[in-house]
Design a protein around this ligand. Structure first.
Ligand code: UT7
Length: 349
């Protein structure tokens, strides 16, 4: 049975750099607070008009496809991970298919937020191993800047997120020392509302009463997105930051150990850890727990903030471009986030 290898990788971040100081114009915050709590110095914001989650994905995909030595027309399946799609539906996969003039290939959208790329890679891995597809484009892309609360009310969420895209092309390989060794996926919906964007949605407060919108005055046809939701800023993401933090620092090391144990490795065997870039403090905690030296962990949250589904492919791409990942290196990818969902991928580069 063949393994799935990353045959090509690409990334795209918008030109517009937004520093912590710039955010002070819109909300009560400070460069010191943001750097101390998250490690973030700046992030990128896409053009408000003319740049979308899908157009950023196109830029990253073009590079990944070229580096894989293939063409958009030869891609036989698309997997697109995002929480900030161009449309509520249809998903970005078909928009990417159209924009890149691909054939009538299948296009699957993954809605797993921070762990979206890890889930997407796992699906691609299975399709390659089974022989179903031979050239899968896997993308993570986010345009967060379009949907954040930039008032002081939303500061604990809005300072963290940034825009960008990353993509890989997965192909089969018979090489002994190459490819995805295993993937491990998990979920626990107990805290589904701890990191969520409730509206628009069909919940009508079924799961939780607070801090969700009031539906008292909603008329038929107004339930999905009502004026009161917008008036009360209930169309923005909500996050119990400390709650997510506490869970992440347990679950990320756990799922990395699961991957290592499944393959007979120890933390010291990892050549490069690429963790979801949610918070530099979370990654440093994971690094410390696993006893990894600085050169075995790559972080770029300082420059891009948290780009959710795009963060792992962007960091992986930069680390590879910088020569920090070499052929046959043991690379571990790990993510935790909204859902909660989390997972890891262990691969030989
Ligand atoms: O990728 C998805 C997964 N997400 C995560 O993994 C995020 C995990 N959580 C975190 O990264 C951190 O919890 C945050 C960075 C979101 C927040 O850091 P924290 O150290 O947990 O701060 P906190 O939420 O406990 O807030 C501490 C204080 C509060 O003020 P009081 O109540 O102590 O007076 C906040 O109102 O900091 C205040 N605060 C801010 N101050 C300045 C919150 N946001 C800001 C801000 N600027 N942007």
């Amino acid at each position: 049975m063949p393994r799935a290898k990353i045959a090509g990788i690409g990334m795209y971040v918008p030109e517009h750099v937004v520093t912590n100081f710039e955010l002070q114009k819109y909300m009560e915050t400070s460069d010191a607070w943001i750097q101390e709590r998250t490690g973030i110095k700046e992030r990128r914001y896409a053009k408000r008009v003319g740049e979308t989650t899908t157009t950023m994905a196109v830029e990253a995909s073009r590079i990944a496809i070229e580096r894989a030595g293939t063409t958009a027309q030869d891609i036989d399946f698309i997997i697109f991970a995002t929480l900030s799609p161009d449309y509520y539906f249809p998903g970005c996969g078909v928009l990417l298919q159209r924009a890149m003039k691909m054939g009538e290939t299948g296009a699957l959208d993954i809605r797993n937020q921070c762990s979206g790329f890890v889930y997407a890679l796992s699906v691609a891995d299975q399709f390659i191993r089974s022989g179903m597809y031979k050239n899968i484009l896997v993308v993570g892309s986010e345009k967060h800047s379009f949907g954040l609360d930039f008032s002081t009310r939303g500061r604990s969420v809005s300072v963290i997120f940034g825009d960008g895209a990353g993509a890989v092309v997965m192909q089969p390989t018979e090489e002994q020392n190459r490819g995805v060794l295993s993937t491990h996926l998990h979920s626990d919906g107990e805290n589904a509302e701890s990191l969520a964007m409730y509206n628009p949605g069909t919940h009508a407060n079924y799961w939780v009463q607070q801090p969700l919108a009031s539906f008292d005055t909603a008329e038929i046809g107004e339930m999905f997105m009502s004026h009161s939701m917008i008036d009360n800023a209930q169309n923005f993401p909500f996050m119990d930051g400390p709650g997510v933090f506490k869970k992440a620092i347990v679950k990320i090391p756990e799922v990395i150990m699961e991957a290592l144990n499944a393959n007979g490795y120890k933390p010291g065997d990892i050549d490069m850890l690429i963790s979801h870039q949610a918070n530099l403090r979370i990654v440093q905690f994971v690094q410390q727990k696993l006893g990894l030296s600085d050169e075995k962990v790559y972080n770029n949250i300082q420059k891009y903030g948290n780009t959710t589904a795009a963060s792992i492919p962007i960091a992986l791409c930069e680390a590879w471009e910088a020569g920090k990942i070499k052929p046959a290196d043991l690379v571990c990818l790990a993510a935790f986030g909204s859902g909660y969902t989390w997972g890891s991928v262990l691969l030989r580069w």
